[in-house]
Write a protein that binds this ligand. Structure first.
Ligand code: R5P
Length: 290
């Protein structure tokens, strides 16, 4: 296997690069003084290649990744796998208001045009049930739930897994099943980007438990913060919050630290101070399967 690591320093990309049997391709990628991207692939190009890219904060990163894939193709690479630990542009999955772009589809179209296969961790599948509804290339979504359940088993006594909204039920029920504990799923009304209301009905009976909130993305953090406040108001302990993707927009981490939250932990799909659960091994195994 030959990997082009477009995310040097990212723990998942480094894990893949260090795997036995993995060759790492050399390249130059930099900005010209005018901001355009310069790319040079060094050495022979293989027939098949893997590109690992960090697509958090995607608008700044996507163009060099697409240009890199186009360069590989131009140099004769026939099959390119994109490993994107975090897959962005999944939440605008419907036209909520007239005139809006359904950007999840357009983004998927761009990736599908440049790559032959996609591997990612827990994309935000809500109205889409599978990546196949969006991506025209084989696109595989791997679940972080086993790694999250392991973390919970080794760090917490008497946990109850809490989903802050109905969309989180898919991750919460999987984690609860693997960790062998109860789950509780709240409902959320989103009033704006940073404004959510959580209905925490039925939380009271878990006052003697260690609440662990699990969600796929922590972006503004408002979902976790409001749900944590509801838990505490219902008489439960301050929760541990686990997010698969530590997106943390703007002041989100600061706001989370000031909230009634015991601890925040994330998977290492997006580099962040909260990273505590590794998913690199999962992606490596998936690459080794074929
Ligand atoms: C969408 O509903 C997702 O599952 C998350 O709940 C959401 O992205 C969290 O966003 P925020 O941190 O901005 O509340």
């Amino acid at each position: 296997m030959l990997l082009y690591n477009l995310a040097p320093g990212h723990p998942v990309a480094e894990r893949l690069a260090a795997a036995p049997g993995m060759d790492v391709g050399n390249y130059q990628l930099r900005q010209f003084p005018d901001g355009e991207t310069y790319i040079r692939i060094e050495g022979e190009t293989p027939k098949k290649a893997i590109v690992c890219a960090d697509l958090s904060n995607p608008d700044q990163k996507i163009l060099p990744v697409l240009l890199f894939a186009a360069t590989l193709r131009d140099l004769g690479v026939e099959h390119i796998t994109l490993v994107a630990p975090y897959l962005p542009y999944m939440r605008q999955d419907i036209r909520f208001h007239p005139g809006e772009g359904v950007t999840s589809r357009y983004f998927a179209r761009m990736i599908s045009a440049h790559f032959d296969r996609l591997l990612t961790i827990d994309p935000h599948l809500h109205r889409y049930h599978s990546l196949d509804e969006l991506y025209t290339i084989p696109a595989r979504s791997l679940a972080a739930a086993p790694a999250i359940a392991d973390w919970i088993r080794t760090h917490l006594d008497k946990p109850v897994i809490v989903g802050p909204d109905s969309e989180s039920d898919q991750w919460v029920s999987h984690v609860a099943e693997l960790a062998g504990c109860d789950r509780l799923v709240f409902s959320k009304t989103r009033l704006g980007d940073k404004d959510v209301i959580i209905d925490a009905t039925n939380a009271e009976k878990y006052r003697e438990y260690s609440p662990v909130m699990v969600d796929d993305i922590i972006s503004t953090g408002r979902t976790m913060i409001e749900a944590a406040a509801e838990l505490v108001a219902a008489g439960l302990h301050r929760p541990v919050c686990i997010g698969v993707h530590a997106v943390f927009a703007d002041d989100a981490y600061h706001a989370i630290q000031a909230a009634p939250i015991e601890r925040t932990v994330s998977c290492n799909t997006v580099i962040h101070a909260t990273n505590g659960i590794d998913v690199g091994e999962l992606l490596l195994q998936a690459l080794q399967e074929r």
